[in-house]
Design a protein around this ligand. Structure first.
Ligand code: AMP
Length: 180
């Protein structure tokens, strides 16, 4: 997968919109709705992730609410895998595990159904963007806590300057399509 800016999929990168001072002052929000509304860019982002993961041994794809649902479920459909939602608190109806974490702009928690993954099954986690890494770290902990094995974690975007990958376990394979 792309490791340097020089070989990034520019067609996706050029569709990402910078929104300054959202959700609070000082944050430059990378808006991927402008990728989603572009049929080529959306397709390419899912196709590139699928190409990277198609030969890997994966049982489930877990997407992180909310933008991880969009890319994660499209990827699950394309690869013929089941989809598992990792959601904000209070949204999942059955019994859940919960993990709290720090965000670039605040605190939050994530939940997963305790029976979402049979012990020993292999799970790929997907989100739109890796920023400070707290969200991804919590998602990894949740999947492990209910008995899943982490195949890796895939993002469309990595904000490298926030060094989020340093927060993730060393043995967790991180893939991202583009970086800033
Ligand atoms: P973090 O836990 O800091 O890695 O934050 C990752 C999550 O927050 C992802 O689900 C992103 O959708 C969202 N996020 C954090 N910072 C940004 C940003 N600057 N632009 C867009 N999304 C962001």
């Amino acid at each position: 997968m792309a490791e340097k800016d020089s070989d990034t999929p520019e067609s996706i990168k050029s569709k990402i919109r910078d929104v300054p001072d959202f959700p609070r002052e000082g944050i430059i929000f990378k808006d991927i709705t402008t990728v989603l509304r572009d049929p080529q860019a959306f397709k390419k982002s899912v196709d590139l992730l699928a190409k990277h993961y198609e030969k890997q041994n994966i049982d489930y794809i877990a997407g992180i609410e909310a933008r991880g649902f969009i890319f994660g479920s499209a990827l699950a459909y394309k690869l013929g895998k089941g989809f598992i939602p990792i959601r904000k608190p209070g949204k999942l109806p059955a019994k859940t595990e919960r993990m709290s974490y720090e965000l670039e702009y605040g605190n939050d928690s994530l939940e997963i159904h305790i029976d979402a993954v049979e012990p020993g099954k292999r799970v790929l986690i997907v989100d739109d963007l890796l920023a400070t890494g707290g969200t991804a770290e919590a998602a990894i902990k949740l999947v492990k806590k209910i008995g899943g094995i982490i195949v890796g974690i895939g993002f469309v975007v990595e904000l490298e300057f926030l060094k989020g990958r340093e927060k993730l376990p060393e043995d967790c394979k991180i893939t991202r399509l583009i970086s800033f």
